[in-house]
Design a protein around this ligand. Structure first.
Ligand code: SAM
Length: 282
């Protein structure tokens, strides 16, 4: 069959199916032929590996994944794409398309049913309107997945991959680092998509840790992170006081017990600092 990543082929398929892009569903399809093979390779898809893809679109990345992995399960919300995918993936018998909203799916169950006993990775060009919720769902659900390789907006990738304790870090940086080791892989220009978005993108990989790097009460830990970064320009004592609904004196006592300076800013704190505050709060 013709090369799927070729812009002429893509336009032909979309016209044939009368497909129009939905901005609301974050539909920017890849038209740069070098990106998908690189992403699929970097994801760890290979012999003995199952892949979950989120948002296959017309199947450009899916095609590459099917060539490498034992099995690919792709979750696509837009049912108008189902006949398109039937056509573009017709040559593969190791792919299954699930028409669902990824945020609503029980992924633990899906993995148990579709990939019994094999290693599973996630690989996706994510719809940008749900980047953080999807990444956090993949991590928080504690799925038996070894790595997550995703394309997101460049700024979001930089934030996620920033070192914890650096100016560029945010709540998502600390949260992701609790579950995984994040690594920026490569940038992708806005012109690599149809239609072209306003901003550039980047591919990052999260290698899931077998154990969290700090011992803590998870509920309090994430509560503290959320409160700490809710007003990132303020010192930690102020942001925790408003974010946790505690008076100033109690917050200062808490920080003192945790060994964290009251005038530090959230972005300067380490995972250990957040864990210490959460543990003292408990
Ligand atoms: N993988 C294709 C590519 O790289 O060309 C398409 C990527 S496009 C950025 C995002 C895809 O996610 C679209 O196909 C869109 O319909 C789908 N999508 C949007 N929201 C979704 C959701 N909640 N669950 C599953 N798929 C979704």
């Amino acid at each position: 069959m013709k090369r799927l990543s070729d812009i002429g082929t893509i336009k032909e398929i979309l016209t044939k199916h009368g497909f129009t892009f939905s901005k609301a569903l974050g539909q920017n399809f890849l038209i740069n032929p070098t990106v998908c093979p690189r992403m699929a390779e970097a994801s760890g898809a290979g012999e003995g590996v199952g892949v979950i893809e989120i948002g296959p679109g017309i199947g450009v990345l899916t095609n590459e994944l099917c060539q490498l992995a034992d099995k690919v399960v792709a979750i696509e919300l837009d049912k108008r794409l189902l006949p398109v995918l039937d056509e573009t993936l017709a040559e593969y018998d190791n792919v299954k398309i699930i028409n669902a909203d990824v945020l609503e799916l029980d992924l633990k169950r899906l993995i148990a049913e579709e990939f019994p006993g094999i290693q599973v990775v996630v690989c996706a060009n994510l719809p940008y309107y749900i980047t953080s919720p999807v990444i956090m769902k993949l991590l928080e659900d504690k799925l038996p997945v070894s790595a997550v390789t995703v394309m997101v907006q460049k700024e979001a990738a930089q934030r996620i991959c920033a070192p914890v304790g650096s100016r560029e870090s945010g709540a998502v940086t600390v949260s992701v680092n609790y579950y995984a080791k994040a690594q920026m892989l490569f940038g992708v220009s806005a012109g690599s998509f149809m239609p072209a978005p306003k901003v550039d993108s980047a591919v990052l990989r999260l290698d899931i840790l077998s154990e969290p790097p700090v011992k803590t009460d998870e509920k309090q830990f994430f509560r503290v992170i959320k409160a700490a970064f809710s007003q990132r320009r303020k010192v930690i004592s102020n942001s925790l006081s408003s974010g946790l609904g505690m008076d100033k004196q109690s917050v200062n006592d808490l920080l003192n017990r945790a060994g964290v300076p009251a005038n530090a800013r959230a972005e300067a704190l380490s995972l250990n600092d957040f864990a210490a505050i959460a543990n003292c709060l408990k």
